[in-house]
Design a protein around this ligand. Structure first.
Ligand code: ADP
Ligand code: MG
Length: 242
């Protein structure tokens, strides 16, 4: 069951001039389908690098990344782009919305690349924004929304085509405490309903309580992995009212 995402002896070295930075070393990890995993560690420990490898955004220097039976480290750029389009949704700390587009246009953009006709795109985008509580902000631009609202738009965008995996890199890093919990309830609630695999990167221990397992990253290696016996997701899911 625990073999939806498998990492074997993963290593990533960045070369900067004469200097070698070992961002990740000897990473071995298996993640099950519909698991919620938190990668927890201090700044610079290698969390984002690890997330980027699993998402096919960066190639490893060594090792294997097997997602749903596919070896990402063996794929060409175009294969990996296709893999991302079909399988993966992203939520970033800084939302990464396109400032000139409305909430609805931002959410429907990903569907454009897949050739979904415009009337259907608009219908789906509207439904997604309603799901994240933004039914009354469809035509707002990012600058016309709060940080929490912008992150909700980016969540709607990440989940829009029901991808198998959602990657969230410090998704609450720019949000206040109350909004942090709302956003975490929303992301974990939606992932649970859709049986998606959710990988969350954070330095915040409070966030890690949302996960089934916490993978502690330290100096580019896995320090330990713990299981959360009880987490708040059941309650949260009801609260999110999805
Ligand atoms: P975290 O997300 O845990 O803060 P990162 O994965 O971003 O950490 O970075 C891990 C290490 O790799 C850090 O020392 C960082 O400076 C280095 N690093 C990350 N990306 C690059 C890059 N593109 N080039 C050189 N070094 C990098
Ligand atoms: Mg990071």
């Amino acid at each position: 069951m625990d073999d939806f995402i498998v990492l074997k002896n993963l290593r990533k070295v960045y070369k900067m001039g004469d200097e070698k930075i070992i961002a990740l070393d000897n990473i071995n990890l298996s993640i099950g389908k519909s698991e919620i995993i938190c990668l927890l560690g201090t700044s610079g420990s290698g969390k984002s690098t690890l997330l980027n490898m699993m998402a096919g955004l960066e190639k490893p220097s060594k090792g294997e990344i097997i997602v749903n039976g596919l070896h990402l480290e063996k794929m060409s750029e175009s294969q990996i782009t296709k893999f991302r389009q079909l399988n993966v949704g992203f939520v970033f700390q800084s939302y990464n919305l396109i400032s000139t587009l409305s909430a609805m246009e931002n959410v429907s953009l990903g569907l454009t690349f897949k050739g979904v006709p415009s009337s259907k795109r608009n219908k789906i985008a509207k439904e997604m924004l309603q799901n994240v509580g933004l039914g009354d902000r469809l035509h707002h631009k990012p600058s016309q929304m709060s940080g929490g609202q912008q992150q909700r738009v980016s969540i709607a965008r990440a989940f829009v085509d029901n991808p198998k995996i959602i990657f969230a890199d410090e998704p609450t890093g720019n949000l206040d405490t109350k909004t942090t919990f709302e956003v975490m309830d929303l992301i974990t609630g939606m992932a649970k309903i859709n049986n998606q695999t959710l990988i969350i990167v954070t330095h915040d221990e409070e966030i890690s309580s949302y996960a089934n397992r916490i993978v502690y990253i330290r100096d580019g290696s896995i320090e330990k992995i713990t299981q959360n016996e009880i987490n708040a997701q059941g309650e949260m899911e009801n609260e999110a009212n999805l």
